[in-house]
Design a protein around this ligand. Structure first.
Ligand code: SF4
Length: 432
């Protein structure tokens, strides 16, 4: 019997990167590889990197160097680097870290076979099917990528140069993956891409609401969630489609980034509609919707007045889930050369101010839920007890609901909300 080859894997970065890791692992399992969590002795070490911000670059480099050390100690024969670091630095990486044996560009995930084995793979026949994917824990929910890249070219962002222009995945391929995930008892599917609202805009594949219509034809008792919709693509058609079927979570992830017209224009997001108008439309067409957004402080040229507008917005908008980031000057982006760079200390200070205000806003938003009955999907347990998420809480980024007793992971239970804090809720499971 031939010995199974072993591979140790580290996946860094966002949910989209995790899907890429799962697809690469699917290719490797098909080649007879076994995936190990402990790297005591493996044939190959693989790290799928993130390079979106310089902080992520540092984390990726540290990880590569650590794995190179393990290889040096004889714990692995090969080291392969994949993901955005490869897009950003290409072959330069191999020059800097000679232990790297192979690199894989995110646009060519199948290339992982050659990089890992060091041999030319036998060419598989072309087919339209979704790529084989080895799903990672937890198994009751999954991200599903409906496109790759971004065509917005925001002046601060590396994504278009790392991942290329936005390209939609074929609807048939998305549907096939939906069916495959449901066959594996997945209870929640989260549609992701860098710019999900742009689905179909690159020709042929329809629109995001058209895609949702098709997905909802797939029978089953599941939750469907959509992440990352550019404000300019929030329209009545999309909101009505979300409202049309209760399997779609009333949840809108709409990254505003800023509200000052001048800053939005410098950001290359001048086509973004007024944030308050987007919120008003969303709440009117989708009563009870939970909003997630992200904002950026300290963009080059941001004055006290611009920041004041942003602060006022956070105070009044009543957004349920808000991420705030301090601008990070990324080499190779347009904004890196803009005049009026804001000192990073000031950018962080402004970020902290917004986060403190948001804590109060979040607390107020959560209080309103006390006494309500909500469906909760069980996510896990920690020292505070078993917890889950209601439809208005996305996996990994939003708060959770702590429950009064243990439940099976992935189950959906009816819960009466009994208490709230700044970000989390508590609830009592209702007996049938
Ligand atoms: S829309 Fe998002 S991913 Fe695309 S360029 Fe702008 S910030 Fe980057």
């Amino acid at each position: 019997m031939t010995k199974m080859k072993k591979i140790g894997v580290v996946s860094l970065g966002c949910s989209k990167n995790l899907v890429d890791t799962e697809v690469m692992l699917g290719h490797l399992v098909n080649q007879g590889y076994q995936i190990l969590e402990d790297f005591d002795r493996v044939d190959c070490l693989l790290v799928n990197t993130c390079a979106f911000l310089s902080e992520a670059v540092t984390e990726s480099l540290d990880q590569i160097v650590e794995l190179a050390k393990l290889k040096g100690e004889g714990r692995a024969d090969r080291l392969v680097v994949t993901g955005c670091m490869v897009s950003r630095y290409g072959e330069e990486l191999r020059g800097e870290i000679p232990e790297i044996d192979g690199v894989v560009h995110p646009g060519n995930l199948e290339g992982v076979i050659e990089a890992v084995t060091g041999e030319n793979p036998v060419k598989q026949p072309e087919h339209d099917k979704f790529p084989t994917r080895l799903r990672s824990f937890p198994y009751h929910r999954a991200y599903l990528k409906i496109g790759e890249g971004c065509s917005n070219h925001c002046s601060y962002c590396m994504i278009p140069s790392l991942r290329g222009e936005f390209s939609s995945r074929e609807t048939s391929s998305v549907l096939e993956e939906v069916r495959w995930l449901l066959d594996q008892d997945v209870r929640e599917i989260t549609l992701v891409s860098q710019d999900t609202g742009r689905y179909g805009f690159d020709g042929g594949a329809g629109s995001l609401s058209g895609l949702l219509r098709e997905v909802l034809k797939v029978q089953g008792d599941y939750w469907l969630r959509v992440l990352y919709i550019h404000p300019s693509r929030v329209d009545e058609g999309l909101l009505d489609m979300i409202a049309s079927d209760e399997r779609v979570c009333r949840y809108l992830d709409v990254p505003f980034q800023h509200v000052s017209e001048r800053i939005l224009s410098l950001m290359g997001r001048e086509d973004a509609p007024v944030a308050d108008d987007v919120l008003e439309l969303a709440r009117r067409r989708l009563p009870g919707v939970f909003i997630r957004s992200t904002l950026m402080t300290g963009f080059p040229g941001e004055t006290e007045k611009d920041f004041g507008e942003l602060l006022q917005f956070v105070k009044n908008a009543g957004i349920e889930h808000l991420g705030v980031f301090a601008y990070s000057r990324e080499e190779g982006t347009l904004a890196a050369d803009f005049p009026g760079q804001v000192p990073s200390g000031l950018a962080k200070e402004r970020m902290e101010i917004l986060l403190a205000v948001q804590e109060e806003v979040s607390e107020e938003r959560l209080k309103v839920l006390v006494g309500k009955d909500l469906e909760v999907m069980i996510e896990g347990a920690d020292e505070k007890g078993t917890y889950g998420r209601h439809r208005g809480q996305a996996p990994e980024v939003d708060g959770v609901v702590y429950l009064d007793r243990p439940q099976v992971l992935g189950d959906i239970v009816a819960v009466r909300i009994t208490g709230s804090s700044a970000y989390d809720l508590t609830g009592k499971i209702l007996d049938e």
